[in-house]
Write a protein that binds this ligand. Structure first.
Ligand code: FAD
Ligand code: SF4
Length: 472
């Protein structure tokens, strides 16, 4: 029997669904897939929150946003105040609302998730950020401390460190190697998941706090880190990320038609190859595309290749349940027609007489005992080789850290893998005044963990600078 109480319970159990673009439209364009909440949706979802006295969701947020407080402000239709509340802890809410793995973080801890679906905190964060009237945004000026900080890299770690330090009154300059700021947000994650106007706008917010950005400056090549320190910077934060391609190291990997995910995604996203010849960088995507890997990078590469006309197969060495990609993105990929071959690993690439890839030889895998990551280690089944046709291959098995910025700085320790050794709580390296955070320290991680690294380092840099002032 249905009564008012039942309706209330039903409303509490299920999230307000997020509208998505139709599949038929999605596969032909790079327009954003998830459309975001309407005002009515946002209020309804905000009303599901129990306003817990001890909010587990906040514990799950790496930058500790006061989640119940911003949700309460949505309920009261105080959207600008809700945005301010989020920005107290997070300068990139429109980005995080779209790409953070909330299901493993704040939403993974939400008490409503115990018996039903958690509050959709990510969708609410996105709603609040999207409704801001950007025209009305005012430039903020803080009383100056007279201290100068250089930030290397404009990804989420660098942008967050810069924003926090600017709020504390320091004079901050970001040096970015590429021609556009944003790091992976700009060059890696495709437009259909994270529109580039959104990234540009959140970068503008960071600039509105007084942060200066110099693009096309490769620290370690154009200028050395030590020179920055000699040229009047009192501290440096290195947030240079993990942007070096990783390869499989198997025969045939040099054949034409085989891309690293980095090159493929940079061409498509940053250089807008999907709008060639309007934009000058082309990309060749054949009829049969094989993407190797099971993370977000693999899903992004596969979905880009599909939109560029390819018939796409993803080859992954473990099972679907063990894929590191966000669940929603795997669902989106399947809806769009991407095929998956699980428990398989490439062993060599086979080329045609013109040196172009024509097939990937794979071997079947089985899962053994858990490895150091806690996931079951895959091993090859002898004699189980099989071929998958391919005229384009994208290798998306991860990225390596990029320590070029600290090359030659003997006091900054770098591991054999290329990550910078830094205190996990403060980002301090062995060189006084040099701090590091984000993927360059943790290796491939997430947007929000890179932001948390930038934030912790910003507090430590502030302490370092204030101590330096007291000693002078
Ligand atoms: P980056 O974002 O890599 O930024 C580093 C910046 O430093 C770059 O702009 C680079 O050009 C610059 N730089 C490097 N060296 C120098 C130098 N010597 N001088 C000057 N500048 C330099 N995470 C999620 O949470 N959700 C997702 O959905 C998700 N999807 C992803 C999809 C892809 C395709 C990729 C590649 C990653 C994805 N990630 C995702 C991971 C996430 O994007 C990264 O963990 C995060 O961007 C790391 O931030 P960062 O600031 O440390 O580095
Ligand atoms: Fe609201 Fe869930 Fe956080 Fe409780 S845990 S305050 S229900 S979002």
């Amino acid at each position: 029997m249905f009564n008012g109480r039942n309706i209330k319970v039903a409303a509490r159990t299920h999230q307000v669904p997020i509208p998505k673009r139709e599949v038929a439209e999605r596969i032909r364009s790079f327009n954003e897939v998830a459309l975001g909440y309407s005002l009515a949706d946002a209020i309804a979802e905000a009303n599901r929150c129990l306003q817990c006295k001890v909010p587990r969701c906040v514990e799950g947020c790496p930058v500790n946003i006061d989640i119940p407080a911003f949700i309460r402000l949505i309920r009261e239709s105080k959207f600008d105040e809700a945005l301010e509340k989020i920005r107290e802890k997070n300068s990139l809410p429109a980005i995080c609302g779209r790409v953070c793995p909330q299901e493993d973080q704040c939403m993974g801890k939400c008490v409503l998730g115990i018996k039903g679906e958690p509050v959709n905190i990510g969708a609410l964060e996105r709603f609040v950020a999207d409704q801001e009237n950007k025209e009305k945004r005012k430039k903020k000026t803080m009383p100056s401390t007279g201290k100068r900080v250089a930030i290397i890299g404009s990804g989420p770690a660098g942008l967050t460190a810069a924003a926090e330090l600017a709020k504390m009154g320091h004079d901050v300059t970001i040096f970015e190697a590429l021609h556009a700021p944003g790091g992976v947000l700009m060059y890696g994650i495709p437009e259909f998941r994270l529109p580039k106007d959104i990234v540009r706008d959140e970068v503008k917010y960071v600039e509105s706090l007084g942060v200066k950005i110099e693009t096309n400056v490769i620290v370690g090549k154009v200028i050395k880190l030590g020179e920055l320190m000699k040229n009047g910077f009192d501290a440096v934060f290195v947030g240079s990320g993990a942007g070096l391609p990783m390869f499989l190291g198997i025969p045939g990997e040099n054949l034409s038609g085989i891309y690293s995910a980095n090159e493929f995604l940079i061409r498509v996203n940053l250089m807008r190859a999907y709008r060639f010849p309007e934009y000058s960088t082309p990309i060749k995507v054949g009829k049969k595309v094989v993407v190797i890997g099971g993370g977000n990078v693999a899903m992004d590469a596969a979905r880009c290749a599909l939109r560029l006309g390819g018939d796409v197969t993803v080859v992954y060495r473990r099972t679907e349940e063990l894929m590191p990609a966000r669940r929603d993105e795997v669902i989106n990929a399947k809806e769009e027609g991407i095929k998956f071959v699980f428990l398989a690993n490439p062993v060599r690439f086979i080329g045609n007489e013109k040196g172009w890839v024509k097939a990937v030889e794979c071997v079947r895998m089985e899962l053994g005992k858990p490895d150091e990551s806690g996931r079951m280690r895959p091993f090859a089944v002898p004699g189980s080789e099989f071929l998958v046709d391919a005229d384009t291959v994208v290798v998306a098995i991860g990225q390596n850290p990029n320590p070029l910025a600290v090359r030659g700085e003997t006091h900054v320790k770098v591991t054999s893998h290329g990550t910078i050794v830094a205190n996990p709580e403060t980002g301090e390296t062995d060189m006084p005044g040099v701090f590091a955070g984000g993927d360059i320290v943790t290796d491939n991680a997430t947007v929000i963990s890179a932001m948390a690294g930038g934030k912790k380092a910003a507090y430590a840099i502030n302490e370092f600078l204030m101590k330096k002032s007291r000693c002078n």
